[in-house]
Design a protein around this ligand. Structure first.
Ligand SMILES: [Zn+2]
Length: 139
């Protein structure tokens, strides 16, 4: 693991389960204890039923590309060796959508609707970033 110089998340009591899950290779999100809705981004309150009761649950890590862009413009010097890079909005099987990157494939090969699965990129001892790779078609 070489020195990581890009921005890192601040790990708090509110988001620790998400980041600890990623460290263990699991995508974990909040599930409402009253209506079952799985939500992301992290919030205190269920956006469907406004309940404050929730638990953390493991997700499958599977989803598909809902939308994506390729960044050619450099907005932050820390990413200068990465441009151009893709940013994908991934529709997860369990319902939430999250922003990430599709890795292991050329930027111009990413398409809306591509089936993807989470992979976990340990960038520091504390932080593992969930990214996505194309899923092999089911045999
Ligand atoms: Zn709810």
């Amino acid at each position: 693991m070489s020195e990581y110089t890009k921005p890192l998340p601040t790990i708090t009591d509110e988001n620790r389960e998400f980041w600890e899950g990623a460290r263990r290779g699991k995508l974990r999100m909040q599930k409402c204890r009253d209506c079952g809705h799985i939500r992301y981004p992290i919030s205190h309150c269920c956006p469907k039923c406004l309940s404050y009761n929730f638990e953390w649950t493991d997700l499958s890590g599977r989803g598909e590309v809902f939308s994506y862009v390729v960044f050619h413009q450099l907005y932050n010097q820390a990413f200068k060796d990465d441009v151009p890079y893709n940013v994908a909005l991934v529709q997860l099987e369990e319902g939430p959508r999250m922003y990430s990157n599709v890795v292991g494939v050329d930027n111009d090969a990413v398409k809306v609707g591509d089936k993807v699965e989470a992979v976990f990129d340990p960038v520091t001892p504390e932080v593992t970033i969930p990214r996505f790779r194309l899923r092999q078609p089911a045999k």
